[in-house]
Ligand binder design. Structure first.
Ligand code: PMP
Length: 388
Protein backbone atom coordinates (compact mmCIF):
# COMPACT_ATOMS: atom_id res chain seq x y z
CA UNK A 1 0.00 0.00 0.00
CA UNK A 2 1.41 3.40 -0.87
CA UNK A 3 2.37 5.49 2.15
CA UNK A 4 0.01 8.49 2.18
CA UNK A 5 1.73 11.82 1.93
CA UNK A 6 1.36 13.62 5.24
CA UNK A 7 0.38 16.89 3.57
CA UNK A 8 -2.28 15.22 1.43
CA UNK A 9 -4.19 14.06 4.49
CA UNK A 10 -3.55 17.32 6.34
CA UNK A 11 -1.69 15.20 8.87
CA UNK A 12 0.93 16.82 11.08
CA UNK A 13 4.67 16.25 10.88
CA UNK A 14 6.19 13.97 13.49
CA UNK A 15 9.18 16.10 14.49
CA UNK A 16 12.56 14.48 14.78
CA UNK A 17 12.95 11.23 12.79
CA UNK A 18 12.76 7.85 14.55
CA UNK A 19 16.09 6.31 15.60
CA UNK A 20 17.74 2.91 15.24
CA UNK A 21 20.64 1.36 17.16
CA UNK A 22 23.05 2.80 14.52
CA UNK A 23 21.64 6.33 14.42
CA UNK A 24 23.37 9.49 15.45
CA UNK A 25 21.52 10.52 18.63
CA UNK A 26 20.82 14.24 18.72
CA UNK A 27 20.50 15.55 22.28
CA UNK A 28 21.74 19.04 21.43
CA UNK A 29 18.33 20.76 21.63
CA UNK A 30 15.97 20.46 24.58
CA UNK A 31 13.22 19.02 22.35
CA UNK A 32 10.66 17.75 24.90
CA UNK A 33 9.36 14.74 22.95
CA UNK A 34 9.52 12.61 26.13
CA UNK A 35 6.05 13.95 26.96
CA UNK A 36 4.39 12.56 23.80
CA UNK A 37 3.83 9.22 25.52
CA UNK A 38 1.93 10.91 28.36
CA UNK A 39 -0.29 12.96 26.07
CA UNK A 40 -1.07 9.94 23.88
CA UNK A 41 -2.60 8.44 26.98
CA UNK A 42 -4.89 11.34 27.82
CA UNK A 43 -7.51 10.70 25.14
CA UNK A 44 -9.47 13.77 24.15
CA UNK A 45 -8.73 15.76 27.34
CA UNK A 46 -6.34 18.12 25.55
CA UNK A 47 -8.01 18.11 22.14
CA UNK A 48 -9.54 21.19 20.49
CA UNK A 49 -11.61 21.81 17.37
CA UNK A 50 -11.56 25.24 15.75
CA UNK A 51 -14.29 25.95 13.16
CA UNK A 52 -13.28 27.89 10.06
CA UNK A 53 -14.90 31.11 11.20
CA UNK A 54 -13.28 31.30 14.63
CA UNK A 55 -10.13 33.09 15.88
CA UNK A 56 -10.15 35.40 12.85
CA UNK A 57 -9.89 38.78 14.56
CA UNK A 58 -6.52 40.20 15.60
CA UNK A 59 -8.05 41.09 18.95
CA UNK A 60 -8.81 38.96 21.99
CA UNK A 61 -9.49 41.17 25.00
CA UNK A 62 -9.44 44.85 24.10
CA UNK A 63 -9.80 45.96 27.73
CA UNK A 64 -6.67 44.08 28.82
CA UNK A 65 -3.13 45.56 28.86
CA UNK A 66 -2.26 42.50 26.74
CA UNK A 67 -5.04 42.97 24.18
CA UNK A 68 -4.19 39.79 22.22
CA UNK A 69 -4.36 37.53 25.31
CA UNK A 70 -7.11 34.89 25.15
CA UNK A 71 -9.07 35.14 28.44
CA UNK A 72 -9.30 31.35 28.60
CA UNK A 73 -5.51 31.07 28.46
CA UNK A 74 -5.10 33.74 31.14
CA UNK A 75 -7.55 31.79 33.34
CA UNK A 76 -5.79 28.43 32.94
CA UNK A 77 -2.33 29.95 33.55
CA UNK A 78 -3.45 31.44 36.86
CA UNK A 79 -5.31 28.28 37.82
CA UNK A 80 -2.26 26.07 37.21
CA UNK A 81 0.07 28.35 39.21
CA UNK A 82 -2.39 28.33 42.11
CA UNK A 83 -2.53 24.52 41.95
CA UNK A 84 1.25 24.02 41.78
CA UNK A 85 2.15 26.92 44.08
CA UNK A 86 5.28 27.77 42.07
CA UNK A 87 4.49 31.43 41.32
CA UNK A 88 2.31 34.25 42.60
CA UNK A 89 -0.45 35.26 40.21
CA UNK A 90 -2.70 37.37 42.43
CA UNK A 91 -2.11 40.87 43.83
CA UNK A 92 -2.18 42.58 40.47
CA UNK A 93 0.11 40.36 38.38
CA UNK A 94 -0.43 40.80 34.65
CA UNK A 95 -0.32 37.71 32.43
CA UNK A 96 1.27 38.36 29.02
CA UNK A 97 1.41 35.78 26.25
CA UNK A 98 4.29 35.36 23.80
CA UNK A 99 5.34 33.21 20.86
CA UNK A 100 7.35 31.02 23.19
CA UNK A 101 8.97 32.56 26.22
CA UNK A 102 11.75 33.53 23.79
CA UNK A 103 9.60 36.36 22.43
CA UNK A 104 8.78 37.50 25.97
CA UNK A 105 12.47 37.51 26.82
CA UNK A 106 13.06 39.90 23.92
CA UNK A 107 10.04 41.94 24.99
CA UNK A 108 11.51 42.25 28.49
CA UNK A 109 14.86 43.50 27.14
CA UNK A 110 12.99 46.13 25.11
CA UNK A 111 10.76 47.16 28.02
CA UNK A 112 13.54 47.41 30.59
CA UNK A 113 16.07 49.34 28.53
CA UNK A 114 15.75 53.12 28.74
CA UNK A 115 14.12 54.37 25.50
CA UNK A 116 16.69 57.12 25.11
CA UNK A 117 19.71 54.86 25.51
CA UNK A 118 20.29 54.84 21.75
CA UNK A 119 21.16 58.52 22.10
CA UNK A 120 22.97 57.98 25.42
CA UNK A 121 26.52 56.71 25.59
CA UNK A 122 25.92 53.08 26.49
CA UNK A 123 23.27 50.48 25.69
CA UNK A 124 21.82 48.53 28.66
CA UNK A 125 24.07 45.65 29.78
CA UNK A 126 22.46 42.20 29.78
CA UNK A 127 24.17 39.65 32.05
CA UNK A 128 23.69 36.18 33.53
CA UNK A 129 25.88 33.99 35.73
CA UNK A 130 27.90 31.39 33.77
CA UNK A 131 27.10 28.74 32.79
CA UNK A 132 24.14 30.58 31.24
CA UNK A 133 21.52 29.50 28.69
CA UNK A 134 23.21 29.78 25.29
CA UNK A 135 20.28 31.66 23.74
CA UNK A 136 20.69 34.63 26.08
CA UNK A 137 23.78 36.08 24.36
CA UNK A 138 22.59 34.93 20.90
CA UNK A 139 19.12 36.48 21.18
CA UNK A 140 20.35 39.63 22.91
CA UNK A 141 22.86 40.51 20.21
CA UNK A 142 21.50 39.13 16.95
CA UNK A 143 19.90 42.39 15.79
CA UNK A 144 22.68 44.52 17.32
CA UNK A 145 20.19 46.75 19.08
CA UNK A 146 21.29 50.15 20.27
CA UNK A 147 19.09 49.66 23.35
CA UNK A 148 20.87 46.73 24.99
CA UNK A 149 23.80 44.38 24.53
CA UNK A 150 25.19 41.20 25.98
CA UNK A 151 27.75 41.90 28.72
CA UNK A 152 28.59 38.33 29.76
CA UNK A 153 28.95 36.62 33.12
CA UNK A 154 27.01 38.41 35.89
CA UNK A 155 29.50 37.30 38.54
CA UNK A 156 32.28 39.39 37.01
CA UNK A 157 30.11 42.34 35.90
CA UNK A 158 31.13 45.82 37.08
CA UNK A 159 28.48 48.50 37.00
CA UNK A 160 25.09 49.23 38.49
CA UNK A 161 22.78 49.52 35.49
CA UNK A 162 21.98 46.13 34.01
CA UNK A 163 19.39 43.48 33.26
CA UNK A 164 20.29 40.25 35.07
CA UNK A 165 18.79 37.05 33.67
CA UNK A 166 18.19 34.54 36.44
CA UNK A 167 17.34 31.06 35.21
CA UNK A 168 16.20 28.70 37.97
CA UNK A 169 16.50 25.73 37.86
CA UNK A 170 19.31 26.75 35.56
CA UNK A 171 19.76 25.70 31.96
CA UNK A 172 22.36 24.08 31.49
CA UNK A 173 23.44 22.82 34.93
CA UNK A 174 20.15 22.51 36.87
CA UNK A 175 21.25 24.63 39.85
CA UNK A 176 18.76 26.65 41.87
CA UNK A 177 19.66 30.29 41.45
CA UNK A 178 19.01 33.74 42.78
CA UNK A 179 20.15 37.08 41.41
CA UNK A 180 23.84 37.70 42.19
CA UNK A 181 23.77 41.45 41.52
CA UNK A 182 21.90 44.02 43.55
CA UNK A 183 21.69 47.68 42.75
CA UNK A 184 18.93 50.28 42.74
CA UNK A 185 19.09 50.66 38.97
CA UNK A 186 19.62 46.98 38.12
CA UNK A 187 16.68 44.79 37.15
CA UNK A 188 16.30 41.00 37.27
CA UNK A 189 14.28 38.89 34.83
CA UNK A 190 13.50 35.44 36.24
CA UNK A 191 13.31 32.66 33.65
CA UNK A 192 11.40 29.93 35.48
CA UNK A 193 10.90 27.61 32.49
CA UNK A 194 11.95 24.59 34.59
CA UNK A 195 10.34 25.54 37.91
CA UNK A 196 7.82 22.68 37.75
CA UNK A 197 7.47 19.60 39.98
CA UNK A 198 8.81 17.09 37.45
CA UNK A 199 12.21 18.81 37.54
CA UNK A 200 12.61 20.20 41.04
CA UNK A 201 10.92 20.41 44.44
CA UNK A 202 8.61 23.44 44.62
CA UNK A 203 10.04 25.06 47.74
CA UNK A 204 8.48 28.50 47.50
CA UNK A 205 5.96 30.59 45.63
CA UNK A 206 8.11 32.82 43.44
CA UNK A 207 6.99 36.45 43.42
CA UNK A 208 9.57 38.30 41.33
CA UNK A 209 8.81 41.38 39.23
CA UNK A 210 9.07 39.56 35.89
CA UNK A 211 8.78 35.77 35.63
CA UNK A 212 8.87 33.81 32.37
CA UNK A 213 7.28 30.40 31.77
CA UNK A 214 6.60 28.22 28.75
CA UNK A 215 4.50 25.22 27.74
CA UNK A 216 7.66 23.92 26.00
CA UNK A 217 9.03 22.69 29.32
CA UNK A 218 5.98 22.51 31.59
CA UNK A 219 3.80 20.27 29.40
CA UNK A 220 6.21 19.49 26.54
CA UNK A 221 4.28 21.42 23.84
CA UNK A 222 7.28 23.23 22.36
CA UNK A 223 5.73 23.22 18.87
CA UNK A 224 2.73 25.21 20.07
CA UNK A 225 5.16 28.11 20.64
CA UNK A 226 3.38 29.56 23.66
CA UNK A 227 5.03 31.17 26.67
CA UNK A 228 3.77 33.55 29.30
CA UNK A 229 5.15 36.26 31.55
CA UNK A 230 3.89 37.23 35.00
CA UNK A 231 4.59 40.92 35.37
CA UNK A 232 3.98 43.08 38.45
CA UNK A 233 4.38 46.56 37.03
CA UNK A 234 1.69 47.83 34.66
CA UNK A 235 4.03 50.08 32.67
CA UNK A 236 6.50 47.26 32.09
CA UNK A 237 3.59 45.01 31.05
CA UNK A 238 2.44 47.70 28.60
CA UNK A 239 5.90 48.08 27.06
CA UNK A 240 6.34 44.33 26.71
CA UNK A 241 2.93 44.17 25.02
CA UNK A 242 4.05 46.98 22.68
CA UNK A 243 7.10 44.96 21.66
CA UNK A 244 4.94 41.99 20.69
CA UNK A 245 2.54 44.31 18.86
CA UNK A 246 5.42 45.69 16.77
CA UNK A 247 7.11 42.31 16.37
CA UNK A 248 4.22 39.99 15.43
CA UNK A 249 0.95 41.98 16.01
CA UNK A 250 -0.05 39.58 18.76
CA UNK A 251 0.27 35.84 19.29
CA UNK A 252 -1.57 32.99 17.52
CA UNK A 253 -5.01 32.61 19.08
CA UNK A 254 -5.22 29.03 17.83
CA UNK A 255 -2.07 28.23 19.78
CA UNK A 256 -3.35 30.03 22.87
CA UNK A 257 -6.59 28.03 22.77
CA UNK A 258 -4.64 24.81 22.45
CA UNK A 259 -2.28 25.78 25.26
CA UNK A 260 -5.28 26.70 27.44
CA UNK A 261 -6.83 23.29 26.82
CA UNK A 262 -3.54 21.54 27.60
CA UNK A 263 -3.11 23.47 30.88
CA UNK A 264 -6.75 22.77 31.73
CA UNK A 265 -6.17 19.04 31.23
CA UNK A 266 -3.19 19.24 33.62
CA UNK A 267 -5.17 21.01 36.35
CA UNK A 268 -8.30 18.90 35.85
CA UNK A 269 -6.30 15.72 36.41
CA UNK A 270 -5.45 16.96 39.92
CA UNK A 271 -8.65 18.77 40.79
CA UNK A 272 -11.59 16.83 39.38
CA UNK A 273 -12.85 13.99 41.60
CA UNK A 274 -13.30 11.63 38.63
CA UNK A 275 -9.76 12.21 37.29
CA UNK A 276 -7.51 9.19 36.80
CA UNK A 277 -4.14 8.97 38.48
CA UNK A 278 -2.28 8.08 35.27
CA UNK A 279 -3.37 11.41 33.80
CA UNK A 280 -1.38 13.41 36.33
CA UNK A 281 1.37 15.10 34.32
CA UNK A 282 3.74 16.03 37.13
CA UNK A 283 3.60 12.55 38.68
CA UNK A 284 4.35 11.03 35.28
CA UNK A 285 7.12 13.56 34.59
CA UNK A 286 8.78 13.04 37.96
CA UNK A 287 8.72 9.22 37.59
CA UNK A 288 10.30 9.50 34.13
CA UNK A 289 12.96 11.97 35.23
CA UNK A 290 13.88 9.94 38.33
CA UNK A 291 14.23 6.84 36.16
CA UNK A 292 16.29 8.63 33.51
CA UNK A 293 18.63 10.24 36.03
CA UNK A 294 19.26 6.92 37.69
CA UNK A 295 19.98 5.31 34.28
CA UNK A 296 22.35 8.15 33.47
CA UNK A 297 24.23 7.96 36.78
CA UNK A 298 24.64 4.20 36.31
CA UNK A 299 25.93 4.69 32.76
CA UNK A 300 28.43 7.36 33.88
CA UNK A 301 29.64 5.06 36.67
CA UNK A 302 29.95 2.10 34.27
CA UNK A 303 31.99 4.20 31.86
CA UNK A 304 34.22 5.73 34.52
CA UNK A 305 35.22 8.78 32.46
CA UNK A 306 32.29 11.12 33.15
CA UNK A 307 31.06 13.10 36.10
CA UNK A 308 27.66 14.67 36.79
CA UNK A 309 26.41 17.31 39.24
CA UNK A 310 25.61 16.01 42.74
CA UNK A 311 21.97 15.24 43.35
CA UNK A 312 20.23 17.74 45.65
CA UNK A 313 16.80 17.53 47.21
CA UNK A 314 14.25 19.57 49.13
CA UNK A 315 10.73 19.47 50.47
CA UNK A 316 8.22 19.89 47.65
CA UNK A 317 5.16 21.83 48.77
CA UNK A 318 3.24 20.52 45.77
CA UNK A 319 3.98 16.80 46.22
CA UNK A 320 4.03 17.10 50.03
CA UNK A 321 7.20 15.06 50.25
CA UNK A 322 10.95 15.39 49.93
CA UNK A 323 11.98 15.23 46.28
CA UNK A 324 15.26 15.25 44.38
CA UNK A 325 16.10 17.68 41.61
CA UNK A 326 15.91 15.99 38.20
CA UNK A 327 17.13 18.60 35.73
CA UNK A 328 15.88 18.66 32.14
CA UNK A 329 19.52 18.73 31.03
CA UNK A 330 22.55 16.78 32.21
CA UNK A 331 25.66 18.92 32.65
CA UNK A 332 28.16 16.22 31.86
CA UNK A 333 31.91 16.53 32.32
CA UNK A 334 34.43 14.32 30.56
CA UNK A 335 37.23 13.62 33.02
CA UNK A 336 39.60 11.97 30.56
CA UNK A 337 42.84 14.02 30.57
CA UNK A 338 43.29 13.81 26.78
CA UNK A 339 39.75 15.01 26.00
CA UNK A 340 39.63 18.80 25.98
CA UNK A 341 36.48 19.08 23.92
CA UNK A 342 33.80 16.77 25.26
CA UNK A 343 31.25 17.68 22.55
CA UNK A 344 33.54 16.58 19.72
CA UNK A 345 34.54 13.44 21.62
CA UNK A 346 30.86 12.50 21.95
CA UNK A 347 30.14 13.53 18.34
CA UNK A 348 32.82 11.00 17.30
CA UNK A 349 30.67 8.46 19.13
CA UNK A 350 27.43 9.52 17.41
CA UNK A 351 26.06 11.53 20.33
CA UNK A 352 25.28 15.20 19.61
CA UNK A 353 25.33 17.54 22.60
CA UNK A 354 25.98 21.24 23.16
CA UNK A 355 29.48 22.29 24.20
CA UNK A 356 30.11 23.99 27.52
CA UNK A 357 31.79 26.80 25.56
CA UNK A 358 28.36 27.91 24.30
CA UNK A 359 27.28 28.52 27.88
CA UNK A 360 30.33 30.61 28.78
CA UNK A 361 31.94 27.54 30.39
CA UNK A 362 34.69 24.92 29.98
CA UNK A 363 34.46 22.77 26.79
CA UNK A 364 35.17 19.72 28.97
CA UNK A 365 31.48 20.05 29.82
CA UNK A 366 28.51 19.38 27.57
CA UNK A 367 24.79 19.86 27.99
CA UNK A 368 22.68 16.80 27.19
CA UNK A 369 18.90 16.91 26.77
CA UNK A 370 17.09 14.55 29.17
CA UNK A 371 13.72 15.04 27.44
CA UNK A 372 14.00 13.02 24.24
CA UNK A 373 11.91 9.95 23.39
CA UNK A 374 12.63 6.64 25.18
CA UNK A 375 14.24 4.94 22.16
CA UNK A 376 16.82 7.72 21.68
CA UNK A 377 17.47 8.08 25.40
CA UNK A 378 18.04 4.31 25.81
CA UNK A 379 20.58 4.24 22.97
CA UNK A 380 22.30 7.29 24.45
CA UNK A 381 22.83 5.76 27.91
CA UNK A 382 24.02 2.46 26.43
CA UNK A 383 26.55 4.26 24.25
CA UNK A 384 27.71 6.45 27.10
CA UNK A 385 28.27 3.45 29.39
CA UNK A 386 30.49 1.82 26.77
CA UNK A 387 32.88 4.79 26.40
CA UNK A 388 36.24 4.31 28.12
N1 PMP B 1 14.25 29.67 28.71
C1 PMP B 1 14.95 28.56 28.93
C2 PMP B 1 15.81 28.50 30.13
C3 PMP B 1 14.90 27.51 28.01
O1 PMP B 1 15.64 26.41 28.23
C4 PMP B 1 14.09 27.61 26.88
C5 PMP B 1 13.95 26.51 25.86
N2 PMP B 1 15.11 25.81 25.56
C6 PMP B 1 13.40 28.79 26.69
C7 PMP B 1 13.49 29.79 27.63
C8 PMP B 1 12.58 29.05 25.46
O2 PMP B 1 11.39 28.44 25.47
P1 PMP B 1 10.28 28.70 24.35
O3 PMP B 1 10.17 27.42 23.60
O4 PMP B 1 9.07 28.99 25.15
O5 PMP B 1 10.67 29.86 23.50
Amino acid sequence: EPVPKAWAAGAPSTGKPAVTAESVINLDHGDPTMFEEFWRGTGSAAEIVIPGWQTMSYFSDVGNVCWFLEPGFDHEVRRLHRLVGNAAVDDGYHVLVGTGSTQLFMAALYALSPPNSAAAAEPMSVVSTAPYYSSYPAVTDFLQSGLFRWAGDASSFKGDTYIELVCSPNNPDGTIREAVLSSESGIAVHDLAYYWPQYTPITKRADHDIMLFTVSKSTGHAGTRIGWALVKDRDVAKKMTKFIELNTIGVSKDSQLRAAKVLKAVSDAYELPEAREEHRLFDYGRRKMVERWSMLREAAAASGIFSLPEETSGYCNFANETAATNPAFAWLRCDREDVEDCASFLRGNKILTRSGSQFGADPRYVRVSMLDRDDAYDIFVKRLASLK
